[in-house]
Design a protein around this ligand. Structure first.
Ligand code: MF3
Ligand code: CO
Ligand code: CO
Length: 249
């Protein structure tokens, strides 16, 4: 069942989303080779608390940390720990904040130092695929239009769209209906309605879209060991079209 949000609900989600976005701004400024992912997690954790929020991932289904940090072939749900960030790493950071009863969820990919052109091309294509999908978020369009837009663009670039993880409704719960696939066919799935709020979070792989889960039970990695990138926004369907709720200002 899809929970339709009021204009007031949407402002609360925007507040949580803004804190999540500012957490990523801070992390982007501080990321450098030699830092452990745990140190990055601590930095973001404290910033979220200082802004009156709580990290949604901490304790979520037993998840132990305040954000997800996934490096290179890690697709999503990397658990911060002792691993040190290195020059050339493709670092995905996914932050979700809970405040005033509502969640806001956003992720970005950062390239640390010098990386091959192909890594830059992958990250820019992933960013662009989310950018292309946002204008589709309008009443009367279909959920499948979002996935089709992303898939067509990404496959034309020679990359692949991860199937196993999808965007999701968000609000009072971290993950609500509907599911938002980043692949699919136009005019399929549900129709978009005013007051829906959901994430779009394409995970794009350099090689195969297939992933496997590591023994920690969380970290998803590409099956072929090639790179993966991701960007995520939380977006509302309003009478004026898409409203991105995870901006810094
Ligand atoms: N933030 C992720 C998402 O975009 C979910 C992380 S759940 C966790 O939906 F438990 F792995 F943290
Ligand atoms: Co999400
Ligand atoms: Co997220």
């Amino acid at each position: 069942m899809i929970h339709i949000k009021t204009l007031e609900d949407i402002e609360w989600i925007r507040e949580s989303g803004r804190i999540a976005a500012r957490t990523l701004d801070l992390i982007e400024k501080r990321l450098e080779p030699g830092l452990t992912t745990e140190q990055v997690d601590r930095l973001g954790h404290q910033f979220i608390l200082d802004n009156g929020g709580v990290p949604s991932t901490l304790g979520y289904r037993g998840y132990p940390k305040s954000m997800c940090i996934s490096i290179n072939d890690e697709v999503v749900h990397g658990i911060p720990g002792k691993r040190r960030i290195q020059d050339g790493d493709v670092v995905k950071v996914d932050v979700t904040v809970y405040k005033n009863g509502f969640h806001g969820d956003t992720a970005r990919t950062f390239i640390v130092g010098t990386a091959p052109d192909e890594a830059h091309r992958l990250v820019e294509a992933t960013r662009k695929s989310l950018e292309l999908a946002i204008p589709i978020v309008r009443e009367g369009n279909w959920l499948g239009d979002i996935g089709a837009t992303i898939q067509e663009y990404i496959e034309a670039q020679g990359f692949s769209v991860v199937r196993n993880f999808v965007g999701h409704g968000i609000g009072r719960e971290f993950h609500e209906d509907p599911q938002v696939p980043h692949y699919g066919r136009r005019h399929s799935g549900r129709k978009l309605e005013m007051g829906m709020v959901f994430t779009i979070e394409p995970m794009i792989n350099e090689g195969t879209w297939e992933v496997k889960i590591l023994k920690d039970g969380w970290t998803a990695v590409t099956r072929d060991g090639k790179l993966s990138a991701q960007f995520e926004h939380t977006i509302a369907v309003t009478k004026d079209g898409p409203d991105v709720l995870t901006l810094s200002d």
